[in-house]
Design a protein around this ligand. Structure first.
Ligand code: UD1
Length: 363
């Protein structure tokens, strides 16, 4: 069986890695990776490959940035040529970025089966490009690999045939546990090039990049005023995404001296810092799941989440973007009260094993 696996943006690389590593051990399976080039800066793409223990991508598309349509179109054009060249039996896409949408549509129109890893998640917010990507991809996928029960229910409600929905758990967790295992003491010394962990006794860790948060002057200013306030109590480590960096400049956003601004970090550097944070504050999807697995308190700076299990069982607290709510949640998180949490079913590091088992059993 020939599988073409597509990845292009930062969170995709972590999701394909465990699938590629597991594929090596499977007889009768050939799996090639396409990097769609959605993220292209060293810190946003290549740096992620350093510790993933996977081969470099077999194919690469130079899609780059641009409007939603421009980026999606460029990926589709490049991916079509690759599909025609490689002739895969299955195209596998992960997550909810523009590459997920572009590659699934392209494959399906070439009558190639599509497998979607992380299917069925819904924020019910159609202003998010990711929500459109999820809905469209799921509607044409032949295999829907789901990470949590809510996703299964959404797919059933949307009319997906039951036999297409396969509960496998979360490949993001496979990767987290794998990379956590790799974190050696010596490696960490190198990671703390800014000496933050050494110098800060207790700190918060922040990521922020959703267009709904950082592309809107009023919302971004409100969030930052809360964070500036919070940083007086607890220093904040803030690796800044390129989109956010641009908007900080454009809106002339002020960051307090207790917010330690860093360039985008690779997965290991980031993990090294957030795993010991007193609290993580984020608008990322993946980090909501990862903090749940390691039991780190997480404050999600969004109005909705496509991962409700992280709230029901995990350490996640969805607070929205109003300054007073962020500050209240922060005080609660560091107030000393331990949040009871459970690791969601199937988040055990074996999701990629279950995905290949299911696909190979079908073929
Ligand atoms: C994309 C995904 C989002 C994911 C995020 C992770 C979509 C619709 N969005 O959002 O779901 O959470 O990646 O990072 O697919 N840029 C650089 N260097 C790069 C990449 C981007 O400077 O390597 C700049 C570009 O100027 C671009 C901006 O950052 O305009 C945003 O990049 P883009 O790929 O459009 O979306 P993300 O916000 O990264």
């Amino acid at each position: 069986m020939k599988v073409l696996l597509a990845a292009g943006a930062r969170p995709n690389f972590m999701k394909v890695a465990p699938l590629l590593r597991e594929a090596r051990h499977r007889a009768g399976l050939e799996c090639k990776l396409v990097n769609t080039g959605q993220h292209y800066d060293y810190e946003m793409s290549q740096s992620f490959f350093d510790y993933l223990n996977i081969d470099p991508p077999h194919y690469r598309i130079e899609s780059g940035s641009g409007s939603q349509a421009e980026q999606t179109a460029r990926i589709m054009i490049g991916f079509e040529k690759i599909c025609i060249d490689y002739r895969p039996d299955i195209v596998m896409v992960v997550g909810d970025v523009n590459s997920t949408l572009a590659c699934s549509i392209t494959a399906k129109k070439l009558c190639i089966e599509v497998a979607h890893v992380e299917a069925g998640l819904r924020s019910f917010d159609r202003t998010m490009p990711e929500e459109i990507n999820r809905i469209v991809t799921d509607s044409i996928s032949d295999y829907l690999f789901v990470t949590e029960k809510s996703a299964e229910q959404h797919l059933i409600r949307e009319g997906a045939p039951l036999k297409r929905i396969i509960f496998t758990g979360d490949v993001m967790v496979d990767n987290l546990l794998y990379q956590k295992e790799l974190l050696t003491k010596e490696m960490c010394e190198g990671f703390d090039s800014h000496h933050l962990k050494k110098s800060l006794n207790k700190y918060a860790f922040l990521t922020l990049h959703r267009p709904s948060n950082v592309d809107n002057r009023q919302i971004f200013t409100n969030i930052m005023s809360a964070l500036n306030d919070i940083s007086k109590t607890l220093p904040i480590i803030f690796p800044v995404h390129p989109r956010t960096r641009k908007m900080i400049k454009r809106f002339r956003i002020k960051c307090s001296q207790h917010i330690h601004i860093l360039p985008p970090l690779n997965f290991m550097e980031s993990l090294y810092l957030w795993k010991d944070a007193a609290v993580v504050m984020t608008d990322s999807g993946g980090l909501q799941g990862e903090t749940t697995v390691l039991g780190v308190p997480c404050i999600t700076l969004r109005e909705n989440t496509e991962r409700p299990v992280t709230i029901e069982l995990g350490t996640n607290n969805l607070v929205g973007v109003k300054a007073e709510n962020i500050i209240r949640a922060f005080k609660k998180a560091i107030g000393g009260e331990k949040i009871p949490y459970r690791i969601p079913p199937g988040w055990d590091g074996k999701a990629s094993i279950r995905i290949w088992d299911a696909l190979l059993a079908e073929k």
